[in-house]
Write a protein that binds this ligand. Structure first.
Ligand code: BES
Ligand code: MN
Ligand code: ZN
Length: 498
C-alpha cells in the first residue's frame, strides 16, 4: 500500500474518496465541517433529516457532492464525543474500510485522524489507521478452490494532518503501520495455512524468502543432523514421533553495527497432537496454530527489515511436529537438554517448553541485549487471561514493564504475571533435574518457571500468546498478534518513534 499525508482540506482532495466523521450529537469532525462549508450544508441537512446519526461505526457514502472535488465522501459515525478513545477510533476506521473494501475505490484520504483521541497522538493514530486498513482488507482464500475473490482495488492511503510538522509524524506512523499490517498478514497466513502445508520446512523456506527480499537479513535453516550435533536432546525428543524433519531457523538483521542484538525466539510446533499424551479430538485442528509464536517473530523480522531500522535483531525458531507414534517420546522418558540439564518428560503434551529451552540455550551465542520468547504455551494462560491479554513473565520487572508499555502503545496488550521462586517446587522430579510439568495449578506460570531455569543471568522475558494468537468459532483464524507489540518494542529500542 502506498502511504502519504496531506494538509489540504477535505473538500479540495481530488481523489476517489475522503473519509470524514460526525459525532452522535451531530457535532461534525474537522473534515465533515469543511465538507459542510464547501457544500452549503449538505452534511448538516443529512444530520437534521436523520440520515446521518453519528452512531459509532454507522456509515453513509455521498456521491457525487457538488463543491467537493473527490468522487465520494464517506461519512462515519464517531459515537459519543466524550467516549472517543483508541478503540472507538479503530471501530470508526474499520467501518469506513468495510464500506469501501468491495468497491473499485483506488485511493482514500482519511480525516478521522484530525479528531482528538485520548491516549494517542498523531503518529499512533496514523499507525492504527494503516493497521486497521490492513486488518480489514486481509482475507485468506489460498486453500479454497474455484474463483478467488477479487483483491481490494485500494492502492493508496493518505492521512490528513493539521500542519506540516504533524504531517511528517502522520506519514511516519502510516509507514510504520503499513509495515506492521504487512507483518500481521504474513503471520496470519502462516497461522491459517493447514498443517500439511505449513510444515517446519515451509517455515524455513518462508524465512529464507525474507532474506532474499532484504539484503540486511540472513537466514540459516539447520537440519536434524546439526540439531543433534548441538546437543539439543530436549528439542529432538519432541520431533521423534513424526516423519517430517525438524528445523532450527536462525535469522539475523544487522542495522546497528556491532551492538548486541534483541533476540526473539518463537515456538514453531506446526501441529500439536500432544504426542503419546494425546489431546482429545474435538478442536484438535486448532493446534495447527501452535506455530503462531514462530510466525509472529518471523513477521516482526520482516517489519523491522522493511523499515530498515537502526537496531540488531536475531530471530530463532525451533520448529517440528508433536505426534504420537511407535518412535515417539514416552511419559517417563528422561532427556538431556543442550544446557546439560536433564528433564523428566511426565507429559509429552508440554512440548513447547522442551523445544524452547534448547533454542534459548542456543541463543546465548548471540550475547542478547534482551531475549524474548513467544509461544502458544499453555491452555492455563487462556483460563487466566482469556483472549484479550498476552501473558508476560520475567525475572526483570523493568523488562516486563517495557513489554507491557509497548503493548499499550501498540494497542496489543499484555499482562504481567508473577514468576517467583515459590512456584519452582512444582517442577520437582525424583529422577531428573526437574520435570516438564508442574500440575494444573498456575500452569502458565510453572511453564514460565521451567523456561527461567535456562535463562538465568539473561535479560529475558516470556510471552504466552495461547489466548491471543488466534480466534475460534465462526471467526476462526489467526489474529497476527503479538506482531504490533513486538514491533513497538523493537521500534522503541531503535528510537524510531517520533
Ligand atoms: N499448545 C498447547 C497449549 C495450548 C492449548 C494453547 C490449548 C492454546 C489452547 C501446549 O503445547 C500444551 O499442550 N500445553 C499443555 C501443558 C500441560 C500438559 C502442562 C496444556 O496447556 O494443557
Ligand atoms: Mn502440547
Ligand atoms: Zn503446544
Amino acid at each position: 500500500m502506498e502511504m502519504s499525508s496531506t494538509t489540504s482540506a477535505a473538500s479540495r482532495i481530488a481523489g476517489a474518496s475522503v473519509i470524514v466523521g460526525v459525532y452522535e450529537n451531530g457535532k461534525k469532525g474537522l473534515g465533515a465541517e469543511n465538507v459542510d462549508d464547501a457544500t452549503k450544508g449538505v452534511i448538516s441537512r443529512l444530520v437534521r433529516q436523520g440520515d446521518i446519526t453519528g452512531k459509532l461505526g454507522s456509515c453513509l457514502t455521498l456521491s457525487p457532492v457538488s463543491g467537493v472535488r473527490a468522487q465520494r465522501v464517506v461519512v462515519v459515525g464517531l459515537g459519543k464525543i466524550s467516549k472517543f478513545g483508541v478503540s472507538e477510533f479503530r471501530r470508526a476506521v474499520s467501518a469506513a474500510v468495510k464500506q469501501i473494501k468491495d468497491s473499485k475505490i483506488r485511493d482514500v484520504t482519511c480525516y478521522l485522524n484530525l479528531e482528538p483521541v485520548t491516549g494517542a497522538d498523531t503518529y499512533y493514530l496514523a499507525r492504527y489507521t494503516a493497521e486497521t486498513f490492513g486488518n480489514i482488507l486481509y482475507s485468506f482464500s489460498e486453500t479454497k478452490s474455484g474463483k478467488k475473490p477479487r483483491a481490494a482495488a485500494l492502492r493508496k492511503i493518505c492521512i490528513a494532518a493539521a500542519s506540516r510538522a504533524e504531517a511528517n509524524k502522520a506519514l511516519k506512523g502510516a509507514q510504520h503501520g503499513n509495515a506492521i499490517a504487512d507483518g500481521m498478514s504474513l503471520a496470519k497466513d502462516l497461522g491459517n495455512l493447514p498443517p500439511n502445508v505449513c510444515t517446519p520446512a515451509y517455515l524455513g523456506r518462508t524465512a529464507q524468502k525474507i532474506a532474499r527480499q532484504h539484503k540486511s537479513v540472513t537466514t540459516k535453516v539447520l537440519g536434524e543432523a546439526e540439531i543433534k550435533r548441538l546437543g539439543m536432546g530436549s528439542f529432538l525428543s519432541v520431533t521423534s514421533g513424526t516423519t517430517l524433519p525438524a528445523k532450527l531457523i536462525v535469522m539475523q538483521y544487522k542495522g546497528a553495527g556491532r551492538d548486541n542484538p534483541v533476540v526473539l525466539v518463537g515456538k514453531g510446533i506446526t501441529f500439536d497432537a500432544g504426542g503419546i499424551s494425546l489431546k482429545p479430538g474435538p478442536g484438535m485442528d486448532e493446534m495447527k496454530f501452535d506455530m503462531c509464536g514462530a510466525a509472529s517473530v518471523i513477521a516482526t523480522m520482516s517489519v523491522i527489515a522493511q523499515l530498515k531500522l537502526p537496531v540488531n535483531l536475531t530471530v530463532v525458531v525451533p520448529t517440528c511436529e508433536n505426534l504420537p507414534s511407535g518412535t515417539a517420546t514416552r511419559p517417563g522418558d528422561i532427556v538431556t537438554s543442550m544446557s546439560g540439564k536433564t528433564i523428566e518428560i511426565l507429559n509429552t503434551d508440554a512440548e513447547g517448553r522442551l523445544i524452547l529451552c534448547d533454542a534459548l540455550t542456543y541463543s546465548r551465542r548471540f550475547k542478547p541485549e534482551v531475549i524474548i520468547d513467544v509461544a502458544t504455551l499453555t491452555g492455563a494462560c487462556v483460563i487466566a487471561l482469556g483472549h484479550h491479554r498476552t501473558a508476560v513473565m520475567s525475572r526483570s520487572d523493568e523488562l516486563a514493564g517495557q513489554i507491557t508499555d509497548a503493548g499499550i502503545a501498540a494497542d496489543d496488550r499484555a499482562w504481567h504475571m508473577p514468576l517467583a521462586d515459590e512456584y519452582e517446587q512444582q517442577l520437582k522430579s525424583n529422577f531428573a533435574d526437574f520435570a516438564n510439568v508442574g500440575g494444573r495449578d498456575g500452569g502458565a506460570i510453572t511453564a514460565g518457571c521451567f523456561l527461567s531455569k535456562f535463562t538465568e543471568d539473561l535479560n529475558w522475558a516470556h510471552l504466552d500468546i495461547a489466548g491471543t494468537a488466534w480466534k475460534s468459532g465462526k471467526d476462526k483464524g489467526s489474529t497476527g498478534r503479538p506482531v504490533p507489540m513486538l514491533s513497538e518494542f523493537v521500534l522503541r529500542r531503535a528510537r524510531a518513534i517520533p
